[in-house]
Design a protein around this ligand. Structure first.
Ligand code: FMN
Ligand code: EPS
Length: 386
């Protein structure tokens, strides 16, 4: 069974992910993990914190000589900002709990409900863990899963398709060309014209002390048919991927394939007709299903979209109520991002990669990469020959 946990506060010393169930014999390239961590820090619209951090991974267990051993893999990403926060964040009795106390909850953030739930007056105790800083650990974990998938010929890439009201044109590209186009854009959008308009949209929001959200699309190429299952509801691939994407901070909607648009068209226009080729097996000429039918991958590329709301911390803050005296005040203003949709797209890639690795190991089992590769290769032959 493949699973992981993360721990760590936004301004604490570090973030940690413990990955359990990673098969032995997987080559781990820390440079690859660092590349993904760097992408997550980037994207036009990020705030001052990203100028402080320079994320890279340290592996403290489960890997020897660049190969996984089958033992739990521990990944650590240090917070450089800790140096500026160690007095406030110290775990001992001498911590300076007063100076950075947060008592003015930000509408749209976890502050108020977290304070009620965990019984805090100082909402620093909430925001430290609810912060999307935690997604650095998730990207590190997802990058390990992604290396496993890549060894099996499965590739994925996130593409920002909307920022505020600016939408990109559909890009029907193969995995490599899509990745190239995304990496070329400072908002991680494969459509160069839309990229520039998206940057302007973010600038305009920032100029008036506001924030902006958007939509990213994750495409996965090279999946075998049959990951996930219809046999129990908690095993459906679409349910699990939607859950993974919705678990990212500020994600408020997920679509698979035609998604919400499917509700407005007839079945005859929507469903992907099935064809057969004697060399390559079953295929479809359209992909409105987004690569999932009956809770299982159907062999076509996966197409998932996630909608992100605008960042809750505004430099022209909204009204709120001070927890100390219940008087109306402006919400706390923390240093903040204006738009983090490009970063969220990299987090989306990571959580999707992880979930796919889980379902893949569920189907094929195996404690070593050799076993898994043999089983996947045999299954791919079977898929073609059926
Ligand atoms: C990559 C990323 C960066 C984020 N940056 C900020 C930020 O700088 N300021 C902020 O208030 N919220 C930021 N958020 C969003 C909050 O973390 C999120 O809205 C909050 O945790 C409440 O969760 P919810 O929106 O899912 O309800 C970011 C989210 C992501 C995914
Ligand atoms: C630190 C990261 O994102 C943070 C997410 C975040 C939030 O409230 O979610 C608030 C900001 O933190 P700070 O208050 O330290 O500037 C972002 O910078 C990161 O992505 O690595």
């Amino acid at each position: 069974m493949l699973r992981y946990l993360t721990a760590g506060e936004s301004h604490g010393p570090s973030l940690t992910a413990i990955l359990d169930g990673i098969p032995a014999g997987l080559a781990i390239d820390t440079g690859y993990i660092d590349l993904q961590l760097g992408r997550r820090q980037g994207g036009y619209g990020r705030g001052g914190r990203m100028g402080i951090e320079h994320d890279f991974v340290e592996i403290t267990s489960g890997v020897r000589g660049g190969m996984t051993t089958g033992a739990p893999v521990t990944l650590v990403v240090n917070n450089k900002d800790w140096d500026n926060w160690c007095d406030v964040m110290a775990s001992g009795p001498n911590a300076d709990l007063e100076s950075q106390q947060v008592t003015r909850p930000r509408p749209g953030h976890a502050d108020l409900t977290g304070a009620i739930k965990y019984g805090h007056l100082d909402m620093r105790n909430v925001l430290e863990r609810s912060s999307a800083r935690e997604t650095a650990a998730r990207v590190a974990a997802g990058s390990v899963a992604r290396q496993l998938l890549e060894e099996l010929g499965i590739e994925l890439i996130g593409n920002v398709v909307q920022i505020g009201s600016v939408k990109a044109m559909t890009q029907d590209l193969n995995a490599k060309d899509l990745e190239r186009a995304v990496l070329n854009s400072s908002v991680y959008c494969a459509d160069p014209e839309a990229s520039q308009a998206m940057i302007n949209e973010i600038k305009q929001a920032k100029d008036v002390g506001d924030t902006v959200g958007g939509v990213f699309e994750i495409k996965v190429f090279g999946l075998p048919a049959g990951l996930g299952s219809y046999s129990q509801r908690d095993r459906t691939l679409d349910g699990r991927l939607a859950g993974a994407l919705m678990s990212i901070q500020a994600i408020k909607g997920v679509e698979v394939g035609a998604g919400f648009a499917a509700a407005a068209i007839r079945g005859s226009q929507l469903h992907d007709e099935i064809f057969y080729d004697f060399n390559s097996g079953f295929y479809r000429q359209t992909n409105n299903a987004g690569g999932i039918e009956g809770g299982m991958s159907n062999g076509a590329p996966l197409v998932l979209r996630a909608a992100m709301k605008p960042i809750p911390t505004l430099s022209r803050p909204l009204y709120t109520v001070d927890l100390k005296n219940k008087m109306p005040v402006s919400a706390a203003v923390e240093r903040s991002d204006t738009c983090a949709v490009p970063a969220a797209s990299v987090v989306g890639e990571a959580v999707v990669a992880w979930e796919l690795a889980v379902t893949l190991l569920e189907k094929f089992g195996g404690d070593t990469m050799r076993e898994i590769k043999e089983r996947v290769a045999a299954y791919r032959q079977y898929e073609k020959s059926i």
